[in-house]
Design a protein around this ligand. Structure first.
Ligand code: PGA
Length: 252
């Protein structure tokens, strides 16, 4: 059974742009163009420092995301940003476990803590999973399974529907070559199977599964139609308002 729901398109700006004025301009451009899109949810995740300013220009036409957050609630955590601070700025989606953070040493345990903390603060975790490479023996299945099982430790059946999972094979990230629709479809079904094992079919089918990795305005439609994902996590192409909107238009 295919559950119909609005596609979700999240723009992960990473550490771009460098100037707050450029961030505001990009956000305003996206927000203006987003007005013509009715049946999709659009989210932008600017650098944390700019979220407050970006919030002022998007004013609800586009939702706000954060690229990471602390698993701790408050206190002596130099350099960290609390989930409640992000929520106060208007953030509703929090990217967790992105491969660029995993590469810097973020552990499965920490990722699981962040997922639980985000749910507790009533925001939506966007849990990123993905293998570093495709080996011929199919070792990536085990990697994906471990990442999902560890990140969802302590997440109840009732909360699963509040989580978004983004399948982002690391080899496809970087705005060059995306994974093909067959791979994306296969991995989406595999993720759903693990969720079904953990939580049962009914809840598993309500969890939104996104794809991320070199999605652009040229490949989005085919990827979306042939893989059955619920939307995209977009990096490079989200830095261009027109490209980002074209991606959203190709899935509605
Ligand atoms: P990309 O990045 O679209 O530039 O490949 C995706 C991501 O890292 O979320």
């Amino acid at each position: 059974m295919k559950i119909t729901r609005d596609p979700l398109i999240i723009g992960n700006w990473k550490m771009n742009p460098l100037l707050v004025d450029s961030a505001k301009r990009l956000a305003l451009d996206v927000a203006k163009k987003a007005k013509k899109i009715e049946n999709a949810t659009l989210v932008v995740a600017p650098p944390a420092l700019f979220i407050g300013e970006v919030a002022k220009v998007v004013r609800g036409s586009v939702l706000l995301g954060a690229q990471d957050a602390s698993s701790e609630r408050i206190g002596a955590h130099t350099g960290d940003i609390a989930l409640s601070m992000l929520r106060e700025m208007g953030v509703t989606y929090v990217i967790i476990g992105h491969s660029e953070r995993r590469k810097k040493g973020e552990s499965e345990t920490l990722i699981a803590q962040k997922v639980r903390a985000t749910l507790k603060e009533r925001m939506t975790p966007v849990l990123c999973i993905g293998e570093w490479e495709r080996d011929h023996e199919g070792g990536y299945y085990a990697i994906i399974e471990t990442q999902i099982r560890s990140a969802l430790q302590g997440v109840s059946q009732a909360r699963l529907r509040d989580i978004v999972i983004a399948y982002e094979p690391v080899w496809a990230i970087g705005g060059k070559v995306s994974a093909g629709p067959e791979i994306v479809q296969e991995m989406k079904l595999f993720i759903q199977k693990i969720l079904t094992d953990l939580y049962g079919r009914n809840v598993a089918s309500t969890t939104r599964i996104l794809y991320g990795g070199s999605v652009n305005e040229k490949n989005a439609e085919l990827l979306y139609n042939q893989s059955g994902v619920d939307g995209f996590l977009v990096g490079s192409a989200s830095l261009n308002a027109e490209s980002f909107i074209q991606i959203a238009l190709s899935v509605v």
